[in-house]
Design a protein around this ligand. Sequence first.
Ligand code: SER
Length: 547
Amino acid sequence: MNSNEIRQRFLDFFREKGHKIVPSSSLVPTDDSVLLTTAGMQQFKPYYLDEKSPHGNKVASIQKCFRTSDIDEVGNEKHLTFFEMLGNFSFKDEYFKKEAIEYAYEFITKEMGLEIDYVSVFEGDDLTPPDTESEEIWEKIKKENNENFEIKKFGREDNFWGPTGEEGPCGPTTEIYVNPAGDGAGALEIWNLVFNEYYKNKEGKYNKLDKPGVDTGMGLERLAMVVQKKNNIFETDLFEPIMKVVGNNRVVTDHLRASVFLIADGVVPSNVGRGYVLRRLIRRVVAKGFGNAIEKTVGIIVENYKDFYFELEQNKNKIFTELKKEEEIFNKTLEKGMREFKRGTDPFVLFTTYGFPIELTQELSKEKGAVVDIEKFNQQMQKHQELSRTASAGMFKGGLADESEETTKLHTAAHLLLAALRKILGDHVEQKGSNITIERLRFDFSHPEKLTDEQKKEIERLVNKQIKKDLSVTCEEMKPEEAKEKGALGVFEHKYGDIVTVYAIGAFSREICGGPHVKKTGKLGTFKIKKEEASSAGVRRIKAVLI
Ligand code: SER
C-alpha cells in the first residue's frame, strides 16, 4: 500500500464513521502559543471549549506538523522535523474513549492488517487519577477479538498529553505500539489517542471539562514504515525518491522536505522565530555539501506530494528561489564569518551581524580546543528576540497582537468604528486592514480624503452612543450567501466552503469575523480617535484608544 492509499484509506474510514474531513491548516499556526503547528488538534483548540465548531463535532484530518524538539534526533529510523499527522477528533463529548479506542483498533488491525504489540494507558499520579476506563475498554476488545497484547501502564511523561502552550485542553492518553519489520528496533509507537478531560489553566490547575473531547494523532511516515514493512521511515515511498538523489543522507532528506513545506506556507529564512528554524534547515543541507541537490529534489518533492498539498505546486518557483537564495547568502556568510571567527569575534556578534551559525562557531571552537559560553549566547539571543518581537507587533486572529481583555475590547470597538465610518462617510468605506495591540487600535479604510475635525467628532460620538446603549454582541453561524444577504461586512472568501461566523452588535454592525469579542458594548468605556492620517493612496488610517 503506498502512502497515497494509506491517506485515502484513513480519510475514507473516518468519513464512513460520520466524520467531516477538514484540510490541514498551515504550518504557520493560528494558535500563537507555538512557533509552528505541532499537532492536528491545534486548529481545533477552541472547539474543545465553548466555541462552536463550524465543521461539526466529529472531524478527521491529515495535518502538516513540524517539531523542532526532534531536530537533533533526525537521522535515526523514526524521527523527523516535518511530518504528516493522521487524526480523528471529537468535540463536546460527541464520542469519547469507547468509540475512539474501537475505531483505532479497527483501523489498525482490519484496515491496515497490522498486529498490535502492546498498548499503554495512564497510570495516574498526584495531579490526575489513573485512566481505568481506557484499560477496561481495551480488556473488552481483547476478549472479544481473542487478542493477547499487553496493556501497559505508564506515567505522565508517556501517557498524558498537552496542553500545547501554557494553558489549554489536555488529558490522559492511550498509545498503540506495533512491531516494525526489521529486527532490533523495538515496538514502535504509532498512534496516540488523547482524551481531553481537563483544562489546565495558567496557574497550573487541572479543571475537569464539562464535555470532554478526543484528539488522536498517528504519524503517516511511521504507519507507512510498518505497512510497507520497511526498517525505517526513510525507506518508505514518502522518502525513497529524495533519498536516491542525496545519496541516502537522512538528515538532508528530512531537512529539504521540511524546507519545501515551510516555504510553501509562507515562511522565509531569517534570524528569528520560524524564519530561523528554516534557515537552520537549509544551512545544514548546504553545510553538508548538498546545495547542488536543491533543484532536483524540489522537483521530486513537489511531484510526490502535489496531489495532496496543492500549495506546493502553486509555490514551486518561490520554493526554489528561496532555497537557492539562502544557499548563496550562506556561502558568502561562510567566507566572511570564517574571517571574523579567526579574528576572535564574539559568537553573538558573529551570529547577529554576520549570520554565522552558532553551531558552526561551536564546532570550530571545539577544533581549537575552546568552548563557547552557550548560556551567555542564549541570554543575548533571548533579549534580541524579545526586542524584534515587540518591533513587529505580531498579527494574530482578527489583527490582534494577543487575546487579552484589552485587545478584545478594542476588537469590538473596531467593528463599531467600521459601521460608524460607513454611516458617516458613506458606503464606499471598506476595511483595508487592522492591527490591535494592548494599547490601541489601528484601522485602515478606503476613503479619498482627510477627515475633518467635525467628521472625527461625529464618528466618536456615534461609536460612544453604541457603547452607552450597552448593546449585546452576538455570534451566529450561517452560509456565506445568507451572511451576504443580511448585509454582513467582510471577506466572502472561505476556506472550507460552507459556514461563516457573523458577529452582530445590536442592529448597528454585522461582520464576518473569527472573534473574540466582548459580550456587551457597555464594557468598552470611551472611544477616542488619537490620529487620522494617510496610509497609502486612497486609504486612510485611524489610531484610536478606549479610555
Ligand atoms: N495531540 C496528540 C499528539 O500530538 C494527538 O494528536 O500526539
